[in-house]
Ligand binder design. Structure first.
Ligand code: NAP
Length: 293
């Protein structure tokens, strides 16, 4: 397995992370897929309090040392005391003493970011978490969160990034590169949508480009992300066959010409994903927070 350094730290993360959103009911199959990834030296697993999969992850990682566990606090829990309590709950669910990466799941304009970040700093200071990350933050939100901290740095921002959702390329990636913040690219397959009929042509082109590397369209897609230096894709696969296929994207190289060819398969401002609803989610969160629902 090849590794990448997380943000401005010395932490080595496998070039692919395992996501655990919507794992479905077949826990045996999910467990098998994740254990398989761990046996292939994938060390990075991502969950969130809102996914309801922290206990499952806790079970799977028991007795497996050397893993890097990331989870997230949901946006309605961003008040100082709520962050601290949410972290305690996540530690209990996961059955661990320290969370490696604790992330703010979604920006919440209804809660003062200064107070939220103070709570995050306190959690590092108290040894409950090791690193602070954010998720779905734009450049301005990221800057504000950074400026709200006095002792520690933000090491990662988890955003949707794939061939049909390329908005991070507009400004965010350049800023993150300068700041040495890792981009954790969630939904590299657009939540599986990329394999649907609508994108047949795209998949066909990726398969053609993959022929000389003996790799599939999915592997080309993941590798295209991996070769962008600050990016680590976070994929979810409950099917062990998919998991193995995805892990094999960590051990080959796409040449520069083919990287450009893939770059040119979709427009740089493609925006088909979850982020389209980002503003709606923000207003929903603001509304809920103000009414304290
Ligand atoms: N921070 C956030 O707000 C946020 C939002 C969304 C997601 N995430 C994180 O990112 C992770 C990944 O994103 P995601 O779950 O949306 O989806 P994804 O990885 O883009 O796609 C998962 C889907 O693709 C299928 N798949 C996986 N590998 C495949 C392959 N090699 N060939 C064909 N199909 C394949 C999976 O099927 P099977 O399951 O049948 O294998 C599943 O249906 C999440 O689990 C979560 O941890 C974070």
């Amino acid at each position: 397995m090849e590794y990448k350094i997380l943000g401005n730290t010395k932490e080595r993360l496998s070039k692919i992370g395992i996501g655990t959103w919507q794992l479905g009911k077949n826990t045996k199959e999910n467990e098998k897929a994740i254990s398989l990834a761990i046996s292939k030296d994938v060390n990075f697993i991502d969950t969130a309090e809102i996914y309801g999969t922290e206990k499952f992850v806790g079970r799977v990682i028991t007795g497996k040392p050397g893993l890097f566990i990331a989870t997230k606090v949901w946006a309605t829990h961003f008040r100082y005391e709520s962050v601290i309590k949410a972290c305690e709950r996540s530690l209990k669910n996961l059955g661990i003493k320290q969370i490696d990466l604790y992330q703010l799941h979604w920006p919440n304009p209804g809660i003062d970011i200064n107070k939220t970040m103070k709570a995050m700093e306190k959690l590092v200071y108290d040894g409950k978490i090791r690193y602070i990350g954010v998720s779905n933050f734009n450049e301005k939100e990221l800057k504000n969160a950074q400026e709200a901290m006095s002792k520690y740095e933000i090491v990662s921002n988890q955003v949707e990034y794939n061939l049909i959702q390329r908005t991070p390329e507009i400004n965010l990636m350049d800023y993150m590169k300068k700041q040495k913040i890792t981009l954790l690219a969630y939904s590299p397959f657009a939540h599986g949508a990329i394999f649907k009929r609508k994108y047949n042509e795209l998949i066909k082109s990726l398969n053609e480009l993959g022929e000389k590397y003996n790799k599939t369209a999915g592997q080309m897609l993941l590798r295209w992300l991996i070769q962008k230096d600050i990016v680590i894709p976070l994929t979810k696969a409950s099917n062990p066959k998919h998991m193995l296929e995805n892990i094999a994207a960590t051990n080959f190289n796409i040449n520069q010409k083919d990287m450009h060819n893939i770059d040119n398969l979709t427009p740089k401002n493609s925006n088909f994903g979850l982020s389209r609803f980002k503003d709606l989610i923000k207003y929903y969160l603001l509304f809920r927070t103000l009414l304290r629902i």
